[in-house]
Design a protein around this ligand. Structure first.
Ligand SMILES: Cc1cc2nc3c(=O)[nH]c(=O)nc-3n(C[C@H](O)[C@H](O)[C@H](O)COP(=O)(O)O)c2cc1C
Length: 192
């Protein structure tokens, strides 16, 4: 797909068909992630590919718990209506994990998010690759990372970045509108 079309056609997908995602498609998506930039090319990401229905149900439960926590804590009203069926519907969930110790030199300057930044670039590459394959995906973070860690057995020194459900979209959604870029010329100016 042409680049501009690809970037614009990627949509957050929250409803999936049960159609399987092939090993080959998953490999292509992971390979795209692997080509993301990272500090000192440390490639701090790892992936847990979850296709087992029981495991997906456990992940959904983690999401539902987070949702309840937000509702109980007086969070936004939409949380009550936010369904998480897609965590079980999607044939595969790719959980992206990063190693914060692989964040490059930013740590010398109090900038400790290098590994997380790289992992985010990796997630975006993966989602664009999924869109290029005609698949839907979602950058999902509505969970307590510690709960996901417990379900998947992620070691304490690694961080859970995102859960990316992937599959055939069940419906095409309209793109939410974008604002004009907030651009400053040459130097930051609050009046720009
Ligand atoms: C860091 C990050 C976290 C997100 N977390 C969630 C999430 O937990 N649940 C969800 O439904 N969408 C989540 N999204 C998706 C955004 O809601 C979505 O990208 C935005 O509304 C724009 O829609 P589009 O992706 O279709 O262009 C997340 C996106 C990002 C970048």
């Amino acid at each position: 797909m042409e680049f501009k079309e690809l970037v614009r056609s990627r949509r957050s997908c929250r409803s999936f068909e049960p159609t399987a995602v092939s090993e080959e498609q998953i490999e292509k998506i992971l390979e795209a992630g692997q080509w993301a930039p990272s500090p000192m090319n440390l490639q701090p990401w790892e992936f847990v590919v979850v296709a087992d229905p029981e495991m997906k149900t456990r992940i959904r439960q983690v999401g539902e718990q987070a949702r309840q926590q937000v509702i109980d804590g007086g969070g936004p009203g939409w949380a009550k209506k936010y369904g998480m069926d897609f965590l079980e519907q999607a044939p595969v969930l790719i959980v992206v994990i990063c190693n914060p110790r692989k964040g490059g030199l930013g740590g010398f300057f109090g900038q400790t998010l290098g590994a997380m930044q790289a992992a985010c670039a990796c997630v975006q590459n993966m989602m664009l690759a999924a869109a290029d394959l005609g698949l839907g995906s979602l950058w999902f973070t509505f969970f307590d990372p510690e709960a996901v860690r417990a379900v998947l057995g992620v070691p304490v020194e690694k961080e859970v970045v995102a859960i990316v459900p992937i599959g055939q979209p069940a419906q095409q959604s309209e793109p939410p509108p974008r604002k004009a870029p907030r651009m400053h010329q040459g130097r930051y100016s609050s009046s720009d």
